[in-house]
Design a protein around this ligand. Structure first.
Ligand code: SAM
Length: 292
């Protein structure tokens, strides 16, 4: 069975999409209201009266000098997701605050999927794992997590989130590594994982400058991932941003590499944010293979 057109909306009171338009988005992270560029917002704002309330704005028209501007005292909130804490940060050169709220449906899915595990501590591999949102949700739900990201500052930030979430004792392996090289090493060592999640960027670099190009290298990564899945795995979850792709493509490629595993079924769709009285905003596509 497959369902290839599921739109999943984040449901998280700490975050709100207030409005979008003119290629910008107005958002609330905790108690901080931000304006950031949003290439997908082709329309005009529906709630222009709200935009004057922003605490800060990221200016990136001039890519070389992109920077945050604050209209009051800068304040980066710590956001709560149940008992999990995410530190946000404003850094010039990046419009991202360290958490992607549209991924909240994935966090719910990961926590829910733990109940399908037959093992007490199933092993989950998180590739391109950034500041650890999915890692901490998975660890909190009872997975033993291997977190892999090329960026040491991102891994340090994820560990800060772990500490603030009082999850210091949780079974998490933190690794600064190239995702593809890491998985290939796991194949050689005969390691096995019960679940894999990955959020590969269109383009990236490993810690030793290894090149990552999604369109060229995703098949090789999925092939290697298929070799490190446990005999009876739980799921493989793939998220894709900013590339010419559709949910059907995500479903097809998952079927190609995981379709022969008993119980395989695939679902795919988009992650989106809803805005009260505003337009919903699509942000990425996803596909997930399940085996039951
Ligand atoms: C878009 S972020 C992932 C967001 C994350 N899944 C979340 O929801 O918070 C992409 C991450 O891929 C990492 N990355 C880029 N190239 C990589 C590579 N070759 N190997 C491992 N990680 C890489 C970056 O450091 C970055 O943290």
């Amino acid at each position: 069975m497959s369902d290839l057109n599921i739109i999943e909306f984040a449901d998280w009171s700490e975050y709100e999409l207030l409005d979008t338009g003119n290629k910008l988005k107005l958002e609330r992270f905790g108690d901080c209201v931000t304006i950031r560029s949003e290439p997908k917002a082709w329309w005009k704002p529906k709630r222009p009266e709200l935009w004057g309330k922003a605490d800060c704005r990221y200016f990136d028209d001039d890519k070389k000098n992109s920077a945050w501007k604050f209209y009051g005292k800068p304040h980066a909130p710590v956001m709560s997701y149940g008992n999990i804490k995410f530190h946000t940060k404003f850094m010039n050169g990046s419009k991202h605050l360290g958490v992607f709220p549209e991924q909240e449906p994935h966090w719910r899915y990961i926590a829910r999927s733990k109940s399908y595990a037959t093992l007490a501590k199933p092993k989950l591999l998180n590739l391109f794992a950034y500041t650890g949102a999915a890692t901490l949700v998975a660890a909190n739900a009872g997975f033993a997590v291997t977190h892999v990201d090329a960026s040491k500052p991102s891994v340090d930030w994820a560990r800060q989130n772990q500490h603030s979430s009082a999850l210091d004792g949780a079974p998490i392996r933190w690794l600064v590594d190239d995702a593809l090289k890491f998985v290939q090493r796991q194949v050689r060592r005969g390691e096995r994982y019960d679940a894999i999640i990955m959020d590969p960027p269109a383009f990236g670099r490993g810690p030793k400058n290894e090149l990552w190009k999604l369109e060229k290298m995703l098949p090789e990564l999925l092939q290697s991932c298929s070799q490190i899945l446990a005999e009876r795995p739980i799921f493989v979850l793939l998220t894709l941003y900013n590339i010419e792709a559709s949910p059907i493509m995500a479903a097809n490629i998952l079927e190609e590499y995981f379709g022969k595993i008993p119980g395989f079924r695939v679902q795919a769709g988009e992650l989106a944010l809803s805005a009260k009285n505003g337009y919903p905003l699509p942000l990425s596509i996803w596909g997930r293979a399940e085996f039951r």
